[in-house]
Design a binder for this molecule. Sequence first.
Ligand code: FE2
Ligand code: FE2
Length: 168
Amino acid sequence: MGFFSKDIKTLDDLFVHTLRDIYYAEKQIEKALPKMIDKATNAQLKAGFEKHLEQTRGHIERVEEVFELHGVKAKAIDCPAIDGILEEADEVSGDIADKEVMDAALIASARAVEHYEMTRYGTLIAWAKQLGRSDCANVLAKNLKEEQATDRKLTEMAESKINLQAAE
Ligand SMILES: [Fe+2]
Ligand SMILES: [Fe+2]
């Protein structure tokens, strides 16, 4: 089902559709992170991915909570956008032999993932509020906060020693 499916008529439909999109995305991220943990060399990066895998499992549970609050079935729908980001991450990192360059590539891919999640949660929170679902918005805001914190940590790593080492 494409984003502009005929099944979407109201803002509520769009909200549920996008919730199912991020539900799929979070599940794909849960599957992708162990591979990224394996490929990472820098201890700080590895630990960061491990922590975010735990958080991602929590994100899935919170999205399920929002489905329940909103009274709709928890269902995932294919999200080609996150599939593309994760496929590209896999392809790029598959070609890199140098460990430090690999870490730099993993950080870049992870930042793309976090930004995708941030746009989705930001949008969902705005729509939830417009729909009078501040209860849903509050739960979604917890996920957004963790994505933002993860992105900040990745940004710091990208701007500090990991990329400098890769340039040597
Ligand atoms: Fe997430
Ligand atoms: Fe994330």
